[in-house]
Design a protein. Structure first.
Length: 97
């Protein structure tokens, strides 16, 4: 399994809007992607830092949806909420509990 972690810094006044976009738009689109296994949207209380953690069957599925334009289209949905560009990292999942 493979995890993609995207770090966002979201304007305080736009945080609820970002949560709604993630829940109502991004998750339903993610569920249509080949190899998608799940996602979490995390925040630090009283801060602007948010993490999106998406899980994929393997790295090839995660890379394929990035190359297809899917990933950029999802980031674009949040554009008005963001303070700067997101940071993206990928990790091999070694242990799942």
């Amino acid at each position: 399994m493979y995890a993609r972690i995207t770090t966002f810094y979201i304007k305080r006044e736009k945080q609820k809007e970002a949560e709604n976009i993630y829940r109502e738009n991004i998750i339903p689109e993610a569920k249509k992607q080949e190899g998608y296994k799940g996602a979490y949207f995390l925040s630090r209380p009283n801060e602007s830092k948010f993490l999106s953690m998406t899980y994929w069957n393997d790295i090839s599925n995660a890379v394929a949806n990035e190359r297809s334009g899917y990933f950029d289209a999802q980031i674009e949905k949040l554009q008005d909420c963001l303070i700067g560009p997101p940071e993206v990292e990928g990790f091999q999942v070694l242990i799942e509990g």
